[in-house]
Write a protein that binds this ligand. Structure first.
Ligand code: PLP
Length: 837
């Protein structure tokens, strides 16, 4: 008989494991949940609901079972060991000062058991949090707990999308309410006009990292405010603004309330930008300094990652609305006038007609800004150009860290076994060195076997889902029976699943329906296609595209070769990316900032056929997959779509289908397998969140933490000095001007000299530069001009000179003056620039 203490210990162990979302990517505990309630496990994949719903007798019986309780103890020990063991970060950066990185995001996609995401942005946040756990990077996430999350898709019998909002009951989600040491709920206060609101706070364990969530569904709040955290991206701009206040301001307060004071604040898109203000407010309070100094000190530790590729993608709020919600906060908390506050979100601070732009605020409050792919860096520079007037677009201070996916979340059990065999068990926890070479040695038959397993499982799932969908529509059972035999486990399987937004062109494959039909119905070399995706409830054009696919998939001649699977979510995405042979992606360049779904298929041996956009613009070579588009931006969409649809069909007809069905004596398509091997070897490590998070840690978190430490030391001495420097600089700057600029040219070089009047400015406070724009094949030219020793009679005048190669005409070059301070980032923190002409 189990004693009460043994039962309690066993129950606590189950609870600890069930509340650690590590089960979403590490399957070592699956057997435990399977044993507790196999049916519920298969349906929900949510250990926490299982534990809450199963009877005590059942738990007691299992705990009395030797094998079960030994496995439970072993899993608990392993989970605790992993939480404390030094990871890649501790080993690569011993003794570093970085203690906490706060990662703010409006959505996190961690598991279907916690549906608080919409798509790509949440995917990036969730996958990075998991990778941080694997690597030991000290990240905590901060987000919102939505009572209804993002909408779910159902399809009416006549093929139209309907939006549904099932309720997230907090008791069924794998999270805990945060409490004070006394046991009372940890509630945060938030002032909104007329009300003092209480925010509830929650904690999710994500391996060795934690995610903190906030919501307003507290019985103490007025009903109108309790729904603010109802839907993700659901209601109008005012709700969005309240959500963003809660996320940023509430989020930073939460961290402080539980004793964290992060050195780094990573804002995943502009929704989180208010966090930077609240961080500065705490700094003001801690050190008794004004807002400008506090912001200058703290911004060194703020990182803004932008995800949008179009200006409309950025949150902008009317000034009137900001005034309503932030007047008191600006005046009373930050010591700013409302106008100064509004100026933080405008490109031209004095233009009162400009709305308040969250991306602008984020840039003004950050020490570094990054885009999410190399191409997106260029796009973002253009979007943020208005903040840096007169600076060349190429010098707008935006870098990039290309997204990656958390491989253990997206690999199939078969792929997990395959990679374990080839690269070892801890392969996604270190620096990935050696993976590429190891994969190159794998025999073709082994790779092909992995593909067959993945495709077979997908076909099973497609049949199940299809039967269910038909039954839901009231289809006669004979027809449902027929659909048990649709698809072929050996046929070339294509997948297309994403948000149905027009720029993603989910209908490009349907451009010529007959041509697609011929591909699908070829009896000798059949092709099958799985499609899924949701259109935003207000996007009628996107919904029309859903309808187009559901109509097409119903046509008798293609019904056994194409399906539209409903309600694209994380679980469905896993099934698809683990099974398809080719993943298709057709956005209009350059609107896909990065894209991540194509990365999820790499580990499973799928191949990409994609527009040269986002991550694929970096990843594509002819050895690893196929590309459409010419790598240039076009504006005549009708013509572009026609040409790219043609390319898409041609690739399929001419390259993909023949190569897939070209077999050797043992039935293996060798050229195809070579391509998989190259794609796996080169791309899987590179486009993993493991690489992304290591890059964030080394290029941003560590340097940012050092810069923040320097600026904040001694109650912000350096920040104070920098503020004074900026004030003095701005006082003198209007008087700075060029005198004469001369040049002499020889065969090999031009020599330029420039007279510059600096007024009272120290010469060390500026840089005089010689500059030429990129032109043709020539890249941009930039050289710092040397200052001649001052003469007794110079009186504010200085003489500068520089050499430039003679390949470019002398007229290409211009002199310019920019601010310089060794501790300031120019132009991010001081954007003045004066051109010779
Ligand atoms: C991966 C994923 C996305 C993002 O994919 P994109 O390639 O950026 O379109 C969106 N939704 C779900 C459910 C996903 O799994």
């Amino acid at each position: 008989m189990l004693t009460q203490t043994e039962f309690d210990q066993g129950f606590d162990a189950l609870q600890e494991l069930a509340l650690d979302i590590r089960w979403s990517w590490n399957h070592a505990t699956d057997a435990i949940w399977q044993a507790l309630d196999g049916e519920m496990w298969a349906l929900s994949r949510n250990p926490w609901t299982i534990l809450r719903s199963v009877s005590r007798d059942r738990i007691r019986a299992l705990l009395s079972d030797r094998e079960f309780s030994e496995n439970l103890a072993a899993q608990l020990a392993e989970s605790r060991r992993l939480r404390l063991a030094p990871g890649w970060f501790q080993e690569a950066h011993p003794g570093d000062e970085l203690r906490t990185v706060a990662y703010f995001s409006a959505e996190f996609m961690l598991d279907e058991a916690l549906p608080i995401y919409s798509g790509g942005l949440g995917n990036v946040a969730g996958d990075q949090l998991k990778a941080a756990s694997d690597l030991g990077v000290p990240v905590v996430g901060v987000g919102l707990l939505y009572a209804r999350g993002y909408f779910r898709q159902s399809i009416t019998p006549d093929g139209r999308q309907e939006a549904l909002y099932p309720v997230n009951e907090p008791e069924q989600l794998p999270l805990r309410l945060l409490r004070e040491p006394s046991g009372e709920w940890l509630r945060l206060e938030l002032e909104l006009p007329g009300y003092r609101l209480w925010a509830r706070t929650w904690e999710v364990q994500v391996g060795r990292t934690r995610l903190f969530l906030l919501d307003l569904n507290d019985p103490a709040n007025p009903p109108a405010y309790r729904c603010v955290t109802g839907e993700l991206y659901g209601e109008g701009p005012e709700t969005r603004l309240k959500q963003e206040m809660l996320l940023g301001i509430g989020g930073w307060r939460l961290l402080r309330a539980i004793g964290l004071d992060p050195e780094i604040c990573h804002m995943n898109d502009g929704h989180a930008a208010f966090a930077a203000l609240e961080r500065a407010r705490f700094f003001m309070q801690d050190h008794g300094v004004p807002f400008a100094e506090a912001l200058l000190a703290t911004r060194a530790g703020n990182l803004f990652t932008t995800h949008t590729a179009v200006a409309e993608g950025v949150d902008r709020f009317p000034s009137e609305m900001i005034a309503r919600f932030f007047r008191r906060y600006a005046e009373k908390e930050l010591g700013l006038s409302l106008d100064d506050f509004l100026a933080l979100g405008r490109s031209n601070p004095r233009d009162t007609t400009e709305p308040f732009n969250m991306a602008y605020l984020a840039v003004r409050a950050s020490g570094a800004v990054n885009a999410v792919s190399a191409l997106h860096e260029e796009v973002s520079k253009a979007l943020l150009q208005p903040l840096f007037p007169r600076w060349p677009a190429g010098e707008v201070p935006v870098g990039h860290v290309t997204n990656g996916i958390h491989v253990p979340t997206w690999d199939s059990a078969a792929a997990d076994a395959f990679w374990t065999e080839v690269t070892g068990k801890d392969r996604w926890r270190g620096d990935l060195a050696g993976h590429e070479a190891a994969i190159r040695d794998v025999p073709a038959a082994r790779i092909w076997q992995l593909r067959a397993t993945g495709r077979g499982q997908l076909v099973e799932r497609v049949r199940d889902c299809c039967c269910r969908q038909l039954a839901e529509d009231g289809t006669p059972s004979s027809e449902i029976e027929e659909s048990r035999a649709i698809f072929d486990p050996d046929a070339l399987t294509l997948g297309f699943a994403r948000r149905f937004a027009t720029y993603k062109r989910p209908d490009l494959l349907l451009y010529d329906e007959d041509r697609l039909r011929r591909l699908l119905t070829d009896t000798r070399r059949p092709v099958q296609l799985v499609v899924a995706g949701k259109a935003h409830p207000r996007d009628t054009a996107g919904q029309a595209l859903v309808k187009r696919w559901t109509d097409f998939a119903r046509r008798a001649e293609v019904r056994s070769r194409v399906v539209f699977l409903r309600d694209y979510d994380m679980q469905l995405a896993q099934v698809l990316v683990q099974g398809v042979d080719v993943w298709i992606n057709t956005p209009r360049r350059p609107w896909e900032a990065s894209g991540t779904s194509g990365m999820k298929i790499l580990v499973n041996g799928g191949l990409n056929l994609s527009e040269i956009d986002g991550w694929w613009a970096e990843a594509f070579t002819s050895e690893v997959g196929w590309a459409i588009g010419d790598g240039v931006e076009h504006h005549d969409f009708a013509d572009l779509d026609r040409r790219e649809a043609e390319e898409l069909y041609e690739h399929l007809e001419r390259d993909i289908v023949p190569e897939f069905y070209e077999r050797d004596a043992s039935g293996i398509p060798l050229r195809w397998v070579d391509r998989i091997r190259e794609s796996m070897a080169r791309l899987t490590p590179q486009f993993s969140a493991n690489r992304t998070v290591r890059q964030y840690a080394e290029d941003f978190y560590l340097p940012g933490a050092r810069a923040f430490a320097a600026r904040s030391a001694d109650r912000g001495d350096l920040a104070h000095a920098l503020c004074r420097w900026k004030t003095e600089f701005r006082r003198c700057w209007p008087h700075v001007h060029f005198g004469e600029v001369r040049s002499t040219s020889s065969e090999s070089e031009h020599v330029f000299s420039a007279e510059v009047y600096l007024d009272d400015l120290a010469a060390e406070s500026v840089r005089v530069e010689l500059y030429a724009d990129a032109a043709g094949t020539q890249s941009a030219f930039k050289a710092v001009m040397d200052r001649a020793p001052p003469t007794a009679t110079s009186g504010g005048w200085n003489l500068y000179s520089a050499h430039a190669p003679a390949e470019r005409p002398v007229s290409d070059f211009t002199a310019r003056i920019v601010p310089f301070h060794p501790d300031l980032s120019v132009p991010l923190e001081a954007g003045e620039i004066l051109w010779q002409h």
